[in-house]
Write a protein that binds this ligand. Structure first.
Ligand code: SAH
Length: 213
């Protein structure tokens, strides 16, 4: 598990690409500049790790495109020690970016293979999520609610109600909503039953799945 000067150089180039694509948040760019993305992918994909592209990981899933990770993280507007729930741990790359930002991360994954792999792997890199959970993200994580932020990293056919209700007042839910194509959507909780909604263009994610098997 090496992180060489070559990798660091490639990572800086990736950060520059993200800047040209419109990512502005310095804290987010710094975090992307620090997380060794090549270690989150199978070794045969090493050369691709610092291109701005999604790639396959285990269990037919993907590690999100760096731009998408940066864009969603920017929308979350996190502060250190914020409590954030991630739906779709996958490779753990987004989890690691949140850890770099000093966030207390809770992350749910529904595929056991990925859950196991990532639970082992993240601590090896020094990334300690508060909790990694094997379960169904549609339900959120009631025991740990409310959250300052919730980020969904799979395409949701609809907005799961529990996720809205598990936000603090002022909290933000970033969720790609749609079937074949998703619209990146931000909900800001303004009151017990009041939510502001903003939309940010089209993205493509693997689906947020219901009823395992
Ligand atoms: N955040 C990940 C992206 C992984 S892709 C990364 O940075 O690599 C989306 C992930 O969501 C997949 O691992 C998939 O198994 C998971 N997923 C799909 N439906 C889910 C559900 N209902 N609950 C939790 N995780 C789910």
């Amino acid at each position: 598990m090496k992180d060489t000067f070559k990798h660091k150089g490639l990572r800086q180039q990736l950060v520059n690409i993200l800047i040209t694509k419109g990512i502005r948040d310095e804290k987010v760019l710094n975090a992307i500049g620090k997380v060794p993305r090549h270690l989150f992918m199978d070794s045969s994909f090493l050369d691709h790790a610092y291109q701005d592209k999604a790639f396959p990981i285990a269990a037919d899933q993907t590690i999100s495109q760096p731009f998408t990770v940066a864009f969603q993280t920017e929308l979350l507007q996190v502060n250190k020690t914020d409590k954030v729930l991630e739906i779709g741990t996958g490779s753990g790359y987004q989890t690691a970016v949140l850890c770099e930002l000093g966030v207390h991360v809770y992350s749910i994954e529904r595929q056991q293979e990925l859950f196991r792999k990532t639970s082992n792997f993240l601590p090896k890199l020094g990334y300690r999520a508060k909790k990694l959970i094997f379960g169904d993200g549609y339900k959120g994580l009631k025991d740990e609610a409310p959250f300052d932020g919730i980020i969904v990293t799979a395409g949701a056919p609809f907005v799961p109600k529990p996720l809205l209700s598990q936000l603090k007042i002022g909290g933000r839910l970033v969720i790609p909503v749609g079937d074949a194509v998703q619209v990146m959507t931000l909900f800001i909780r303004k009151g017990a039953k009041e939510f502001e909604q903003h939309e940010f263009g089209e993205f493509r994610f693997v689906p947020l799945l219901e009823d395992k098997n």
